[in-house]
Design a protein around this ligand. Structure first.
Ligand SMILES: Cc1ncc(COP(=O)(O)O)c(C=O)c1O
Length: 421
């Protein structure tokens, strides 16, 4: 513990996102938490060193720093803020969302174990689960999100945990958390939820009994497209176990990154309110537009998880996925005609970002492999920033006017993505 948090952080999310986890008195009377740019910490004398080491032997929390890989004052403040925002006992911040995912899976699973991952998820999470965990003797089954019969059927005597995103990437599928937790508990399984697309502003999976929540803090939590970080939150005991592995793996976020993340978190509530507004208004606009074949947004009654999402979520975020009534080339023309968003692979920042998954995240797959994952050529993932919704809609309208209408090359009933919905 480097710092003592202030005593009253407010009852509301917005107040907590500004104040939670921060000591009121900071070094030099600074109002903001300073960046402590150090790789190591020194001890005043041998007695101080021995006291510190003895606390470690006794399994007590350290009262001060020892080495940068084990923690940093700015990291500790971010972790306390994240724990408060998620209603968690503890949090651990790392260098990226993938660091948080890989470190958590490596801590919780051992050779001979099996786990279940929902199909519609971040591609690197799926690749790590199938290609790297298998090398360590850990097997993984993929199950479509929303199919709870298939989920239960995939459980074996070796199954240890269920990993799901909510909402998922790119179809924004929303896990029915009470149902997921009930099923997992009946079989004695842990639940891990990647809630990057949700953020604690829109959904707090721990409130439903989920064991661990992971975020790519690179996205909404940082919020400005200028940092990479990851977070895992959960019980003090589980986070302690993951921290021990993390201390060896060493994927630490730099003090400067941690400062940017802390600063980003302070405006999370304000930004999310605008992301939610932009997401809903753009989704409604797209659904009415004749050049758009289909829209996925959990705030639309047409989304397969609309009912679950409205029950569980405060808002539905800034990502809208949609298919145009054209082909891959027509979709590329539409994207090139957009004037506001950047073309790129991320989401959750103040600047809007758009991507055509077939030509970006899934470029290395052939058409058949893409189709199996339900990624069509005319699919667009639009991560709306915090720009004015009227401007975003006007920009979309002019770009849609330039789309040449063509029939889909995909027969509706044979693609995986129609099975998803
Ligand atoms: C849902 C989800 N989880 C995890 C990650 C990985 O996060 P990072 O890029 O911070 O490693 C991403 C990245 O796009 C993501 O979309």
């Amino acid at each position: 513990m480097f710092t003592k948090p202030r005593r009253w952080e407010g009852e509301h999310f917005d107040t907590q996102s500004v104040h939670a986890g921060e000591p009121k008195e900071k070094p030099f009377g600074s109002l903001t938490m300073p960046i402590v740019q150090t790789s190591t910490y020194h001890f005043e004398n041998t007695a101080a060193l021995v006291e510190h080491m003895q606390r470690k032997v006794d399994g007590l929390e350290p009262l001060r720093g020892e080495y940068g890989r084990y923690g940093n004052p700015t990291q500790e403040v971010v972790e306390q803020k994240m724990a408060a925002l998620e209603g968690a006992e503890s949090a651990l911040v790392m260098a990226s969302g993938m660091a948080a995912i890989t470190c958590t899976l490596l801590t919780l699973l051992s050779s001979g174990d099996h786990f279940i991952l929902t199909v519609d998820c971040y591609r690197k999470t799926r690749q790590f689960s199938l290609e790297v965990m298998s090398k360590l003797g850990v097997s993984c089954s993929l199950v479509p999100l929303g199919d709870y019969t298939a989920l239960e059927a995939a459980i074996t005597p070796r199954t240890k945990l269920i990993f799901s995103e909510t909402p998922t990437n790119p179809y924004l599928r929303v896990a029915d958390l009470p149902r997921l937790v009930d099923l997992a508990r009946r079989h004695g399984l842990l639940t891990v939820v990647d809630a990057t697309f949700g953020t604690p502003y829109n959904i707090r999976p721990l409130d439903y009994g989920v064991d661990l929540v992971i975020h790519s803090a690179t996205k909404y939590l940082g919020g400005h497209n200028d940092l990479l970080a990851g977070v895992v939150v959960g019980s003090a005991e589980q986070i302690k176990q993951i921290r021990e592995v993390h201390n060896m793996m060493g994927a630490v976020a730099s003090p400067h990154t941690l400062y940017l993340l802390l600063r980003g978190l302070k405006t999370l509530a304000l930004r999310m309110a605008r992301h939610n507004e932009n997401g809903l208004r753009v989704a409604q606009f797209l659904e009415r537009h004749p050049a758009v074949r289909r829209v996925w947004y959990p705030g639309l009654p047409s989304h397969p998880d609309y009912e679950v999402a409205t029950r569980q979520m405060k808002g539905f975020g800034g990502v809208v996925s949609f298919e145009l009534a054209t082909d891959l080339e027509g979709t590329a023309r539409f994207i090139d005609a957009l004037r506001i968003p950047y073309m790129g692979p991320s989401l959750g920042g103040v600047e809007s970002i758009v991507e055509q998954p077939a030509l970006m995240s899934h470029f290395t797959l052939d058409e058949k492999e893409r189709e199996e994952l339900g990624i069509r050529g005319e699919l667009v993932r639009y991560a709306l920033g915090v720009e004015d919704p009227e401007d975003l809609i006007a920009d979309l309208a002019q770009a849609l006017d330039q789309v040449p209408r063509k029939a889909s090359v995909y027969p509706e009933e044979t693609t995986q993505h129609t099975q998803h919905s």
